[in-house]
Design a protein around this ligand. Structure first.
Ligand code: CDP
Length: 218
């Protein structure tokens, strides 16, 4: 069983999906984290595509969800924190636009969800990766609100960061995610749209949980 949430950066997908996973006692899958891990490998290869694909072939990417955190490791070494740097954020949409990378990540995800009940979040899960998902959501919020949320999340760890930088970075990423040729960010026709502008975290979790409970029997 799989429920998917797609939407742009900062729309609240990841915190909401984790809260729902906890309430419903199901597994959580963060597809963006897999693209971020691939991006770490791309940076390790000094952004050289050939070297990158050689490395990607050899690396073992493993992941699991525990204690509210999506843990991810490359060759057994945790990169759970390393994938959240600004350098990764700046490069991830370029890496995620590469069709071979998408095929690689999709394969990892399809394999893992064969067993168990999952809520997964990303950009193209309802359209390309899991077109037959039991339930699909598309979450969004206006750019200022999304940038403000992301800025509030990051500013303590990164005191030099400004709101403007965050807003521009998110806008650039949205643009690349929406315009890429392979599986762009798009609402699936049968997805339920949730506009989280002005909603509190509790409200957005309640709204999605209600829809899930009305439509899926556990
Ligand atoms: O958490 P945030 O919304 O900032 O991003 P993320 O979910 O960690 O995803 C990082 C990036 O991975 C996105 O900007 C996309 O470029 C890419 N991505 C994708 O292309 N397809 C997915 N299913 C998930 C993420």
């Amino acid at each position: 069983m799989i429920i998917v949430i797609d939407g742009p950066a900062g729309s609240g997908k990841s915190s909401t999906a984790r809260a729902i996973a906890n309430r419903l006692n199901i597994e959580y899958l963060d597809s963006g984290a897999l693209y971020r891990a691939a991006t770490l490998i791309y940076l390790e290869a000094d952004c050289d595509k050939e070297a990158f694909f050689n490395l990607l072939d050899k690396k073992d990417i493993s992941f699991y969800y525990r204690n509210q955190l999506f843990h991810i490791a490359i060759d057994g070494k945790s990169v759970t924190d390393d994938i959240r740097t600004e350098a990764v954020a700046e490069n991830v949409s370029e890496v995620a636009a590469m069709p071979d990378v998408r095929a690689f990540v999709n394969e990892l995800m399809r394999e893992v969800v064969k067993d168990g009940a999952y809520i997964a979040e990303g950009r193209d899960l309802g359209t390309a990766v899991f077109p037959n998902a039991e339930l699909k959501f598309y979450m969004w919020a206006d750019l200022d609100e999304r940038a403000r949320r992301r800025f509030d999340e990051r500013k303590d760890k990164n005191p030099d960061l400004t709101f403007r930088q965050v807003k521009e970075s998110i806008a650039r990423r949205d643009q690349k995610d929406e315009k890429r040729e392979t599986d762009p960010l798009k609402k699936a026709e049968d997805a339920i749209e949730i506009d989280t502008t002005g909603l509190t975290f509790e409200q957005q979790v309640d709204q999605i949980c209600l829809e899930v409970k009305q439509r899926i029997e556990f």
